[in-house]
Design a protein around this ligand. Structure first.
Ligand SMILES: *Cc1c(COP(=O)(O)O)cnc(C)c1O
Length: 500
């Protein structure tokens, strides 16, 4: 069958329908639609095969932080391409992965000094989970007590363990004579605590610690057991508290879990400040700090999944900074390469890292890796992105944009079917409800959220919802004018779709 040359978009649509299986997509529905096919991009705009321009209202699924075809990043990738596209980190080192690791350590919350690369948010989380698990299997051994010898300080205080680390290391048992390879540690600490409505990616480990039943329910038999704490979702408080009188019982609940069961818990994993895929759930101030303090108190590792919140999204480089929290493990992806290439990293403290050191015969090695770990092109993009942050004072611009966005969004809170407008920095969730007084949700089959996005698309805006939560996550390069157009299209879309 020769496709009609005069209709290239029609041909592409037919081939897409025939062969491309889209993520998180009911393909029976997709096959009946007319998808927009993106052919190009420019700053905050996506351009389709027919030349239509759309504001990229969710930064190409939350990752394209500086906009499309950013000249500095394009040039950095081209420059790297002129040297080498990829070489392995298994047995070799590479220039861009070294330079980027140093930059990441310099901007990350204090104490995170070791960078393990991978290629997606889910893998960054898998790695953190495996590191935390293995850490407890072998911590407190010989290698850890000699950590100073293995860990030259990279910057002020970076290699100095926190108080927990010091406390933990001091009574380390001495190696038993005749069994130099014996592991010790606290091997009973094998479980993970995650939050209800948490999302950490779609691989099996990441799903095991996630809390979104719609995505995860069917895989339950494949998952490992975890402990789930309630989500700090104030609009629909799982503990039925009122904002005015609540004592943050959700945090108390997690504290109680740790107090009762710390000896079986390897780590707590949270999305700091905002639970993204769970519905842009913005946490009450102080929640993260309390979680971190409880972890310290009970000597449980804290994994912060900043895959969505990292790289400026909440107004600081990392969301943890808002509450001065220093996690033991930090997962970053999405924005790390400015949305150009698949790249992720799991950052660890010296305390965690040291538990993996030892004689090869002890098998303390972290046996994990991916073919494209530390890909040179992706790392070059990451480095160029961090230079843009610095050179253009992007965090300052995010502050301005956030304030502007707040004032543009204010009137939306009064729309009759808007239950709540949640925002932290440039992360926004607008929750639609059938009834504002009772907070009753729309029946899911009415697909209100998706219909709002379709209505916005007709107005030149591309966004993607989370159920009935309309999500906005504009790129940081967006103009004031485009930001106003984005919110306007969303407002009109909501009015149109909720009129009946
Ligand atoms: C998107 C996301 C992930 C998964 O990242 P992928 O690159 O899609 O695997 C993990 N955690 C959080 C918080 C995310 O938002």
């Amino acid at each position: 069958m020769t496709p009609p040359a005069r209709d290239p978009t029609g041909r592409l649509r037919a081939v897409d329908r025939a062969h491309v299986w889209h993520p998180f997509t009911q393909m029976a529905e997709w096959a009946a639609g007319e998808p927009v096919i993106i052919a190009a991009g420019e700053r905050e705009f996506l351009i389709d095969t027919e030349g239509n321009r759309y504001i990229d209202g969710v930064s190409s699924l939350w990752c394209n932080v500086h906009g499309h075809r950013r000249p500095e990043i394009d040039a950095a990738i081209r420059g790297q391409l002129g040297r080498i596209a990829h070489s392995t980190l298994l047995g070799l080192a590479s220039v861009p992965s070294i330079e980027l690791a140093a930059r990441l350590v310099a901007i990350a919350p204090k104490g995170l000094t070791r960078v393990f690369y991978s290629d997606s948010g889910a893998t960054a989380v898998e790695i953190a989970l495996k590191m935390a698990f293995q850490y407890w299997q072998q911590c407190g051994g010989r290698a850890e007590t000699t950590r100073a010898g293995h860990a030259p300080p990279l910057r002020d205080g970076a290699a100095i363990p926190d108080t927990v680390g010091a406390r933990h290391a001091s009574p380390a048992p001495q190696p038993q004579p005749g069994s130099p390879g014996r592991r010790r540690g606290k091997p009973g600490r094998t479980k993970f605590v995650g939050l209800a409505l948490g999302y950490h990616g779609d691989t099996i480990g990441a799903v095991s610690v996630g809390g979104i039943d719609l995505f995860h329910g069917i895989f339950r038999p494949l998952l490992f057991d975890g402990i789930r704490a309630p989500a700090p979702y104030c609009y629909r408080c799982p503990l039925e508290k009122k904002r005015e009188t609540c004592r943050m019982e959700c945090a108390e609940n997690l504290e109680q879990i740790l107090a009762a069961r710390a000896r079986e818990i390897a780590a707590v994993i949270v999305e700091p400040l905002v639970q993204g895929a769970g519905g842009m759930i913005t946490h009450p101030a102080g929640y993260l700090r309390r979680v971190a303090e409880a972890c310290r108190r009970h000597d449980v590792l804290l994994i912060c999944d900043e895959v969505a919140t990292g790289f400026g999204r909440t107004g600081r480089m990392f969301a943890c900074e808002h509450e001065e929290v220093r996690p033991d493990l930090l997962c970053v992806a999405k924005g790390i390469s400015a949305g150009y290439l698949p790249l992720a990293a799991t950052l660890a403290t010296e305390r965690v890292y040291a538990a993996f050191l030892g004689d090869p015969s002890q098998a303390r090695t972290f046996f994990h890796g991916h073919t494209y770990t530390g890909n040179a092109l992706a790392c070059a993009a990451g480095l160029a992105s961090l230079e843009v942050f610095e050179k253009d004072l992007v965090l300052d611009r995010i502050g301005e944009l956030s304030a502007h966005l707040a004032s543009l969004l204010a009137p939306l809170a009064d729309l009759p079917h808007v239950g709540e407008v949640r925002r932290r920095g440039l992360m926004v969730g607008i929750e639609l409800v059938a009834d504002r007084a009772t907070r009753r949700a729309y029946p899911p089959e009415e697909c209100r959220g998706r219909r709002v996005c379709e209505a916005a698309r007709a107005r030149g805006v591309w966004i993607r919802p989370l159920g009935d939560v309309v999500v906005l996550m504009p790129p940081y390069c967006i103009s004031d004018e485009s930001l106003a157009r984005l919110v306007d299209a969303v407002r009109q879309g909501i009015e149109e779709v909720t009129a009946t």
